[in-house]
Ligand binder design. Structure first.
Ligand code: GLY
Length: 396
């Protein structure tokens, strides 16, 4: 009996060791994210609201009732967890929380409909084939393309009739972030067979390629156009340190944006643009050894400046996709960022960080908003990067 008992304990111990040894860092991060975001789901259920970040005093910043550009990321993270775990709990969570903002599909006053609806309903349609989700995406896409002006060749990012945007003297501001909204449009042309969406996306990507980049391939945040002639009026920043500085998340939106343009068009000009931005990001000498950038590459008090894990997560996800298209291998850069994000320096402890996965992101320092906090989009792009990294590792 005693021998049997010792033998069973030994077998149990051996199998536990074998399981933990065969688990990759990616598997462990996915398991952790599921546990941590299960805690966040309980909070969100109790509040019946979508978590965005933390306030300056460390409380949860729930998304208010008005439109919020980040509202699609939380259901989007649930969709990625559904993809990773096949647990119905995540499908139900995604559906419940994306329904909260469905009526925003008719909004004509904001360019972020691509972010909002592609990350939520877009992932939902990809994973379930639910036709009702596709209809929501089409309505949102139709709203988004009303903001395209052929004189400029771009979708207008911000309206300038109110809010802080009205104080800058802009007429037709287009931000590098807007490249991310093109994914919804490309996807819609694929789903509907109607080229009107992708024609807007291609014009926007081409105009942006012409005017948003400096000779070193860093990008301006805001280009302000003349809506009548399409001439560039101003080259500015809103969330970066200075007009001529290089805002970290802007570089991340750029590499992601041109990589997705290449995915849908196979136009080598987009691949080349994504590669040039990758080169800028990965070879920037001022970036610390762990590969997580400061919030702006030219922030004035480096090394005493906050890092932006959200920029790193977006970049990692984009680089993994780009690695599959390019002759250049980005594996070293990808591994560096993914290892850093998985480390205790950036991944929270279970039950801490108000149940977000990643710590140390920045929303907007010039607006004194969301400095060194978790952000729902840092988690969203990190989960996406984990999905893609797992596929990359499985291909090897
Ligand atoms: N699209 C806004 C931001 O990146 O903060």
């Amino acid at each position: 009996m005693k021998l049997l008992c010792t033998l069973s304990i030994a077998i149990l111990l051996f199998s536990c060791m074998a399981t933990s040894e065969t688990k990759t860092q990616t598997d462990r991060q996915i398991e952790f994210s599921e546990k941590q975001l299960s805690l966040l789901l309980k909070d969100a259920e109790a509040a019946n609201n979508i978590p965005r970040t933390l306030t300056a005093d460390g409380e949860m910043h729930w998304i208010h009732k008005n439109f919020d550009w980040t509202e699609g990321f939380y259901p989007g993270s649930s969709w990625y967890l559904y993809e990773l775990t096949k647990d119905e709990k995540w499908r139900m969570a995604a559906e419940k929380f994306q329904a909260i903002f469905e009526n925003q599909k008719l909004r004509l006053t904001n360019h972020d409909l691509g972010f909002v609806f592609n990350c939520s309903y877009g992932n939902g349609y990809r994973l379930t084939g639910n036709e009702a989700f596709k209809e929501v995406m089409i309505t949102a896409g139709n709203s988004l393309i009303t903001r395209f002006n052929p004189n400029v060749g771009c979708i207008k990012s911000w309206d300038v009739d109110k809010g802080w945007q009205s104080t800058r003297g802009w007429k037709y501001p287009v931000i590098i972030d807007n490249m991310m909204n093109l994914e919804l449009l490309f996807e819609l042309s694929k789903l509907t067979g109607d080229d009107k969406y992708k024609n807007v996306a291609i014009a926007h990507a081409n105009t942006t390629m012409k005017h948003h980049f400096r000779p070193d391939n860093s990008s301006y945040h805001v280009i302000d156009y003349d809506p009548e002639t399409g001439a560039v009026r101003n080259r500015n920043t809103a969330q970066g340190y200075a007009h001529e500085s290089s805002w970290a998340r802007g570089q991340a939106w750029g590499i992601y944006g041109y990589t997705l343009c290449y995915r849908y068009t196979k136009d080598p000009a987009y691949l080349a643009m994504a590669e040039k931005i990758a080169n800028y990001i990965l070879n920037y000498e001022g970036t610390p050894e762990d590969g997580i950038p400061y919030w702006d590459y030219n922030a004035p008090n480096i090394p005493n400046e906050p890092r932006d894990a959200s920029a790193a997560a977006v970049t990692a996800s984009a680089l993994i996709e780009l690695d599959g298209y390019s002759k250049t291998s980005y594996r070293a850069g990808i591994d560096k960022i993914m290892n850093s994000l998985a480390s205790p320096a950036y991944t929270a402890k279970l039950g801490e960080n108000k149940h977000f996965v990643l710590m140390h992101s920045v929303g907007s320092i010039p607006h004194n908003n969301e400095i060194d906090v978790p952000l729902n989009y840092a988690d969203y792009y990190y989960l996406e990067a984990l999905v893609r990294y797992k596929e990359l590792e499985n291909r090897k």
